[in-house]
Design a protein around this ligand. Sequence first.
Ligand code: HPA
Length: 278
Amino acid sequence: MNEHKTLKEQLEEAAQVLESKLQGRKPKIGIVLGSGLGPLAEQVQDAVYVPFGDVPHMKRSTATSHVGRFVCGELAGACVIAMQGRLHGYEGNSAQEVAFPIWLMHRIGVCTLITTNAAGAINESYSVGDFCIMTDHINFTGRNPVEGTEPDEIAFRFFSMKDAYDPELRTIASKVANRERIPVQMGVYLGLLGPSFETPAEIRAFKAWGADTVAMSVVEEVIAARHVGMRVLGISLCSNMACGIEGASPSDEEVFEVAQRRQGDFCKLVTEIVREIG
Ligand code: HPA
């Protein structure tokens, strides 16, 4: 018979396995690498690789270009753990399943989360290829990973989402970008479930709500991270203009093509941010 394990028990089991595979490494910074942004993981030195499937209770990644493994080692003098590929709701994962690796990283000692993605730009003053530091978000997934009784056993369920995107980390990220001459914007991110791209009418509505960028990830991770008190930095690569903006009609190919083109600056930006906060 399959005995039900609570979320807390599952996290404890997963943490034990992950920790043993890290062979003494003690990462303090977690990095989630979004669509087409995985190559940063190749710059991690003295790395160990742990496929998501080797960690009990963790779902596997099925999204294009998302390798689906943890990469732990040294980046810019800091011990980091990167998720090369993430779990999305549109892959059929529940909000809690999407959040699981975030809670897991926290459980093994990670206190700062840098989460990244490719996003559509709603703000017309942005350009394709710009990076955008998230200042806040609108959760339009209709879901919340802290829902239910079990997450409440990990940490209290009512917590503030003010300054969810750490103001100090935002300042550091923007200073690093300016120093490295990498174009960055600062804006409000809207996360939804996908996998269909938005309609032009939806994008007009989101614009009226104050959203600057839109994509299909990040918000559930950030809610989970704040639930357990992690500091969060969110960075999008504007891989396309959102549907209907300047006549755009987004496609997966465009997202990956731009991510590939902007990989160099992305790696430099995140590495130098890690060096500052390390
Ligand atoms: N919409 C939703 N998700 C995305 C987009 C977009 O325009 N670009 C990259 N991910």
